[in-house]
Design a protein around this ligand. Structure first.
Ligand code: UDP
Length: 241
């Protein structure tokens, strides 16, 4: 039996990860594939928490758009987008036989439990997959920061940050074929070189609390399991010790 390297993980999925080849929204096949992989990992006894972004539906900033909506309101809209994604993930996971709970940072009793740290821990101990919805509940943050915050709060062993490329590169590998991949990096390297791993707030939080980040390619089937088993895929961001 394969032995996981982590007892409890926080898996961060961007909203775009749910989109597949579509330009917007949620792709059923991608969701089904993801939930099968999460099920496999949870089946090994690993406690799994998820944070999903909302960029496949709405982002507060960053996409060359200006709807003339106040930033805080736009961010609230973005957080609601993460709730939509969380409910979609919950449904598909439950259909594959995984027990889940959605805990929302913005209270909406009819569809999700409110985020209560101790409750989240209890669900994880009982083997339920916990989906943290609505980011941090505050505007001017991102779901990367929400992932770092929740990972700390639940004492996760690592953040698994899913991306579309094989790890962290010195340049964008989609634009430059000579881009070099790092297998290990310190938090300070990421901040100093302004590498695109997570935003600076999220990286600083991880640095202050020495929480490793495993950056890996989600589009390769089986990679979530490999990351959990500690196989050398992607890039590990750590404190340098
Ligand atoms: N958001 C926010 N506070 C949070 C988390 C998210 O205001 O704590 C908003 C913000 O507008 C962000 C949007 O929700 O642009 C969607 O989240 P994010 O951009 O992190 O999603 P991803 O890029 O991972 O799909």
């Amino acid at each position: 039996m394969e032995k996981p390297s982590y007892r409890r993980i926080l898996l961060k999925l961007s909203g775009e990860a749910l989109m597949g080849k579509q330009a917007y929204g949620i792709d059923d096949a991608v969701l089904a594939g993801l939930s099968a992989e999460i099920r496999e990992v949870a089946g090994l006894g690993v406690q799994v928490a998820l944070v999903v972004g909302g960029g496949n539906i709405f982002r507060g900033i960053g996409t060359n758009r200006d709807f003339g909506i106040d930033r805080a309101s736009a961010d609230h809209m973005g957080m609601l987008a993460t709730v939509i994604n969380s409910l979609a993930l919950q449904d598909v996971l439950e259909r594959t036989g995984v027990t889940t709970r959605v805990l929302s940072a913005i209270e909406m009793h009819a569809i999700a439990e409110p985020y209560i740290r101790r409750r989240a821990l209890r669900h994880l101990e009982k083997g339920r997959v916990v989906i943290f919805a609505a980011g941090t509940g505050n505007p001017y943050f991102t779901t990367d920061t929400a992932a770092a915050l929740r990972a700390m709060e639940i004492n996760a062993d690592a953040i698994l940050k899913a991306t579309k490329v094989d790890g962290v590169y010195d340049r964008d590998p989609m634009l430059d074929p000579k881009a070099k991949k790092y297998s290990r990096l310190t938090y300070l390297d990421v901040l100093r070189k302004n590498l695109k791993v997570m935003d600076a707030t999220a990286i600083s939080l991880c640095m202050d609390n020495d929480l490793p980040i495993v950056v890996f390619n989600l589009t390769k089937k089986g990679n979530i399991l490999k990351a959990v088993l500690g196989e050398r895929i992607g890039t590990v961001v750590h404190g340098g010790k």
